[in-house]
Every structure is written in structure tokens, then in C-alpha cells.
Design a protein around this ligand. Structure first.
Ligand SMILES: [Zn+2]
Ligand SMILES: [Zn+2]
Length: 247
């Protein structure tokens, strides 16, 4: 029996509907790392041996970039920043680099579901925040047309569904920025400055979960969070991978 203070997943996240069972028989889930077949998933897409080896990343303060434990925000800043906190499933090591590359460039869209459901699971189990709305970080329409999809929107859709809350594309990216991957930290900030605007404002005071695939310097997510906050939302970020090695 779980300890009283230990968070448990709500029943709608753990109940197995007949359709899930049928889908599992037809298309069984596989471990993200070793591709072994998984039993009917509990939302954590790793086999028992990969679970033991995997260390999750967790909560990161977007201001001082330190990992921290516990609920709420880091103590380094008395006033909440537009991006109040960040939750990352993983550190961006070789394995995650390959997985996210597969999703984005080899168009393995089926990866969005395990990422999205896993994020939802951790957000509840770690008591990260209680969002009312999930919002993906948008791509510029040219980039989205070129790729055929926005990976963050795919992930966000699955996170929202698993949490039982709506996913809304409230933001749009007006500036077709150069790729963030080849430029410095300062250039990244300048690159995304004024890049986003709000298509429709989130409800005043609502808690919004902002989702992206990778967080590096945070320039993109902080800019997007500032736009949502100016429309009255409290913004928490969540990503699949955290990649801090940028100067
Ligand atoms: Zn495995
Ligand atoms: Zn801090």
C-alpha cells in the first residue's frame, strides 16, 4: 500500500480500456532503448532492465540552471520568472539524441506518444504542477510545412490527453529564425526575441504547461513563456531532454 504522502496516478491514467488492450495485442509497445516488447504499458516506456539503468533528469531552475528537488520554485529568485520552472525527462545524451533525431528528422512520429505519456506521468508523480492547459512551443509555418509536423505539438497532444486536459495552440511563431543549434547563448536570445505572439490569451491566472522537445539555453522557452505570462498565465515548462552544454 502506498505511503499516504506518496503521489499516485489518478485512476483515469492507469485504467486499461478494452481498446487499449486490443491495440496492445495488435501493436505492442516496445522499450524506447532496447526495443524489447513491453507488457501492457503503465506509461513508462522502458523494460525492467532499462528502467534500472535510467536516471531521470527532473526539475531544473531556468534562472540559475541548477537541478532542485521538492515542490514549488527554486529559492534563487524571490519573484517568479515568466518560466517558473522546468521539468526534463532526460539529459540529452547519445541515446536521447538519437531518439529525438528519429522523431524530428526521420519522422518517427510514433515516438511522440511514449514521450508525451511519460511526461504526463512524471508531472503527476513528481507533483510538478497542476496544469489546466497544455501549450506546445510552435514552429514557424515554413519549418512546420517543411517537416510536415511540429514535434512539440505531437508530444503536447499526448501529454494533455494523458492528463485529461485540453491542448491548445495558443502561440504562433512570427519570425522564421535561423536554427538555434549552431549559435551561441547570446545569439540564441537575440534570435528568438519577439519571435512569438499569442493567438488567443489563456484564461487569466491559469496554470499552463508549456511543452517543447529539447531545452538548451532556454532562450526559446523563456521567450514563449513571457508571451503567455503577459496574457495572464502561470507557465511551467516540460521537455523530453535537457541539453545544458551550450556557451
Ligand atoms: Zn529495454
Ligand atoms: Zn534557481
Amino acid at each position: 500500500m502506498p505511503h499516504l504522502s506518496e503521489p499516485v496516478l489518478p485512476e483515469f491514467m492507469t485504467s486499461v480500456r478494452p481498446i487499449d488492450f486490443l491495440l496492445h495485442l495488435l501493436f505492442p509497445d516496445r522499450c524506447l532503448f532496447c526495443r524489447d516488447l513491453l507488457p501492457l504499458s503503465d506509461g513508462l516506456p522502458l523494460c525492467s532492465s532499462c528502467r534500472v539503468k535510467f536516471t531521470p533528469a527532473g526539475r531544473i531552475c531556468p534562472c540559475c540552471e541548477r537541478f532542485f528537488r521538492g515542490e514549488g520554485s527554486c529559492t534563487c529568485h524571490p519573484v517568479p520568472a515568466p518560466l517558473r520552472s522546468l521539468y526534463a525527462l532526460s539529459r540529452y545524451d547519445q541515446q536521447w539524441r538519437l531518439l529525438l533525431h528519429d522523431l524530428k528528422y526521420r519522422k518517427r512520429r510514433s515516438l511522440a506518444r511514449p514521450f508525451g505519456v511519460w511526461l504526463a506521468r512524471e508531472i503527476v508523480l513528481q507533483k510538478y504542477c497542476v496544469p489546466q492547459l497544455v501549450v506546445p512551443v510552435p514552429l514557424h509555418r515554413h519549418r512546420e510545412q517543411e517537416r510536415g509536423f511540429n514535434q512539440s505539438a505531437l508530444i503536447a497532444g499526448h501529454t494533455a490527453r494523458a492528463l485529461g486536459i485540453p491542448c491548445r495552440q495558443l502561440l504562433t511563431k512570427n519570425k522564421d529564425t535561423v536554427s538555434q543549434t549552431t549559435i551561441s547563448r547570446r545569439e540564441r536570445r537575440e534570435n528568438v526575441c519577439g519571435a512569438f505572439s499569442c493567438l488567443s490569451p489563456p484564461p487569466q491566472g491559469s496554470v499552463v504547461l508549456l511543452i517543447d522537445d529539447i531545452y538548451s539555453t532556454g532562450a526559446t522557452m523563456k521567450e514563449a513563456a513571457a508571451v503567455l505570462q503577459s496574457s495572464g498565465a502561470k507557465v511551467y515548462g516540460a521537455v523530453v531532454s535537457y541539453n545544458p552544454r551550450i556557451n
